[in-house]
Design a protein around this ligand. Sequence first.
Ligand SMILES: [Zn+2]
Length: 183
Amino acid sequence: MKPDVLGNTEPLPVFFLKPGQLFLNKHKPVQRVKIITILGSCISLILTNEKRGMAAMCHAFLPYCPAGENCRGNCQTPYKYVHCALQNMLHFFYKRGLRGKEIKVRLYGGSDMFVPDGEYEKTGKNPSVGRQNSELALTRIRAADLCLTDCETGGVSGRRILFFPHSGEIQVRRLKRITGEVY
Ligand SMILES: [Zn+2]
């Protein structure tokens, strides 16, 4: 096996992040693990602060939980919905005294699986769930003044995301269109 960027050669344990789940590493050393998630209209937010060894990743599938914008993150489904998921993830970073630009964020997913490409751009109507997810995430990222370093959203195909929290590396692969198994 080829050594990874940190010179390790043993195979990494794999963790498959399902919708509604959270991966969280609060301290150093950061876990050596390969996290895999498959996104269609869902989005994944990856928040990190290398100095503190903090890393968090969610897989959220709709913009708001039933409590809507009023949710303070105390609902039954803290990581299923973009609004409460980001709020809850940020809470862990805020508790460590980290604010705004100290928190690096990357955003993926939100594809428009069942909407013809370019439809929304042409008509400005009926944003797809994928678009609503990614636009809400971006709005909240800006409101919290986070450091957005990578963002790949939209399009008509799903994405397979690999995240290696110990090195911070991310690999994004586009999937073929129309994949029933993609959530
Ligand atoms: Zn909620």
